[in-house]
Design a protein around this ligand. Structure first.
Ligand code: COA
Length: 373
């Protein structure tokens, strides 16, 4: 048995930022346009007007202040309201691969290893741009990695489930060096015309290099243990499967093929599930609340994170103990906790403990307990 370690992480951040003010301006222009077109029906009481969104609501309900996206123009055009991403031919790398490569190269540089030393690539994301060939295999080729590669999808928990898969293979000896990469183009499965969720998501890609601790070139985070759990729920759902594509549909029919959620229920049901999961994981490993220097949580909602941070630490978290990045990136699905980990781990001293945790659709929750060396 070998000891798995995280030796590098990387974050690809798209160039385009959309602030809440820009987003709300576009949404309200869209709403006015639709309401104008439907003026007679609204007047007659046959159609509900599209209500306005507001920056104040977005910040209060979520803590999100801005998001990065792969295409800003389409999203902010009241006539379009979705990203306009260039179609690629079958013989050029896909957009997810392009984003993933940037994050992987940064993670490899931090680990101080060459791409051809990697013998496992897992592309773990909540939405994959195609069914096959696996996006991970394209990333493996473009990166120049060896071994094998596969895709996996556990929605927002994809990164931690991917880390568990890679860590277990390193532990058993079936692979030596792995990269888990999470390219998330959330902007393409978000309905930007739905006021109740139009502010939620952003785009990003993260990558995590794992290898045997004995091979680490510098400081590293030992993966002490991982825990994954799932429990079926329809409260966060996306029906965009291959069967749905074969039926004829109009615009309104398409709504269930994008992100759908019952946010209030998610709140109520996921919070206790996640808090209990983390606490039992720590207890089983003999790690006390006072032993944890930091928790890097999934980045969906500030109130949610404040609640979980408090439960896990047994008190109000001090600044820096439960860092959020969602104010800058919004919800980036599986990548969120890895962005937080990547940006806030340099101050760890040898022997200090931390915990990465992601959660979301499924429901699913994954936690990774790490110790600095
Ligand atoms: N602008 C202004 N008002 C808005 C609005 C917007 N963009 N969206 C909703 N509202 C209004 C609603 O109409 C409602 O008004 P009412 O009380 O008069 O009916 C009110 O604000 C509350 O709406 P609600 O949707 O219940 O908001 P919320 O406080 O629950 O916040 C979420 C919404 C989605 C931010 C929140 O539920 C959440 O984050 N849930 C968990 C999400 C999550 O983690 N999902 C996992 C995804 S991976």
């Amino acid at each position: 048995m070998f000891t798995p370690a995280i030796t590098g992480t990387g974050v690809f951040t798209p160039e385009n930022v959309i602030t809440n003010d820009e987003l709300v301006l576009a949404f309200n222009a869209y709403a006015d346009r639709v309401n104008e077109q439907n003026a007679a029906a609204i007047e007659a009481g046959d159609v509900e007007p599209v209500p306005h969104s507001s920056t104040e609501f977005i910040v209060k309900a979520s803590g999100i202040e801005q998001r990065f996206v792969m295409d800003k123009e389409g999203v902010l055009d009241p006539e379009v309201m979705h990203p306009k991403l260039r179609e690629r031919s079958d013989d050029e790398p896909g957009i997810m691969t392009e984003m993933a490569l940037d994050a992987c190269q940064k993670a490899l540089a931090q680990a101080g290893i060459a791409a051809d030393e990697i013998d496992l690539v897992i592309c773990a994301a909540s939405n994959l741009e195609r069914a096959y060939p696996a996006v991970a295999i394209e990333i493996q080729q473009e990166l120049g990695a060896g071994g094998f590669a596969f895709d996996m999808n556990v929605a927002c928990s994809s990164a931690t489930f991917g880390i568990q898969a890679a860590a277990d293979m390193i532990r058993s000896g079936s692979v030596k060096k792995a990269i888990v990469v999470n390219p998330e183009i959330c902007s393409a499965h978000l309905e930007w015309r739905d006021r109740d969720c139009h502010f939620i998501f952003g785009d990003v890609a993260t990558a995590t290099v794992l290898e045997r601790a004995e091979d680490a070139k510098g400081g590293y985070f030992e993966v002490l243990s991982t825990r994954c759990a799932t429990q079926f729920s329809n409260n966060i759902r996306n029906n965009n499967g291959f069967l749905r594509r074969t039926r004829p549909y109009g615009l309104e029919d398409r709504r269930d093929m994008q992100f759908m959620q019952n946010g209030r229920k998610v709140f109520k049901e996921v919070l206790p599930m996640v808090s209990a999961h983390i606490l039992s994981h720590m207890e089983e490993e003999g790690v006390a609340q006072s032993d944890l220097k930091r928790v890097w949580l999934h980045q969906a909602n500030k109130t949610m994170n404040d609640f979980i941070g408090k439960k896990v630490l047994g008190r109000e978290p001090e600044p820096g103990e439960q860092p959020n990045i969602l104010q800058d990136y919004a919800n980036t699905s599986s990548a969120g906790s890895i962005i937080a980990f990547s940006k806030y781990n340099e101050d760890f001293a040898a022997g200090e403990y931390g915990l990465i945790c992601s959660f979301g659709a499924g429901y699913s929750v994954g936690s990774v307990l790490v110790k600095r060396h």
